[in-house]
Design a protein around this ligand. Structure first.
Ligand code: FEO
Length: 170
């Protein structure tokens, strides 16, 4: 069993992961509209990953006998200034999520909820990977920003990304 406060915090993080999926789908639509299908593919894959993150929180709440509460998902932005601006937003968003995960870990430690702390360690590691992966795309976009052929090369590279569902634990 988790405390009521922890249940609320975990539901809050599930909502943040659903928002991430929603945000990345909005970015995918922006890229589709900008004729950058590879970037759109990258964002679609990211959105699918975010759904698996949300479901991990969902499943953990169920496993602990807590109540899953689905709240309103905030409306994501619709337009960005440029493809570079989108990539910068992705990195800023991932850093924000890292902060949320760190706050949750701090809260789990405060509550001496070791099971939840253990559960959250997956996300601590995941955020390191996400920031690294997004940071490397951003770096490539920065280098390509003044050349449309450079941007198209990054686009073809990102077209190769595929969603790898996480291996089921238990
Ligand atoms: Fe679920 Fe990209 O953080």
């Amino acid at each position: 069993m988790v405390s009521k406060k922890m249940q609320d915090a975990l539901n809050g993080q599930m909502n943040a992961e659903l928002y991430s999926a929603y945000l990345y789908l909005a970015m995918a639509a922006y890229y589709e509209d900008s004729d950058l299908p590879g970037f759109a593919n990258w964002m679609r894959v990211q959105a699918q990953e975010e759904m698996t993150h949300a479901m991990k929180f969902y499943d953990y709440l169920v496993q602990r006998g807590a109540r899953v509460v689905l709240d309103t998902i905030e409306k994501p932005p619709f337009e960005w200034e440029s493809p570079l601006n989108v990539s910068e937003h992705v990195l800023a968003h991932e850093k924000k999520v890292t902060g949320l995960i760190n706050d949750l870990v701090n809260f789990a430690l405060e509550e001496k909820d070791h099971a939840t702390n253990n559960f959250l360690q997956y996300f601590v590691a995941e955020q390191v990977e996400e920031e690294e992966s997004v940071g490397s795309v951003l770096q490539k976009v920065r280098l390509a920003v003044d050349s449309s052929s450079g941007l198209l090369m990054v686009d073809s590279e990102l077209a190769q990304r595929v969603f790898n569902p996480p291996v089921a634990e238990k």
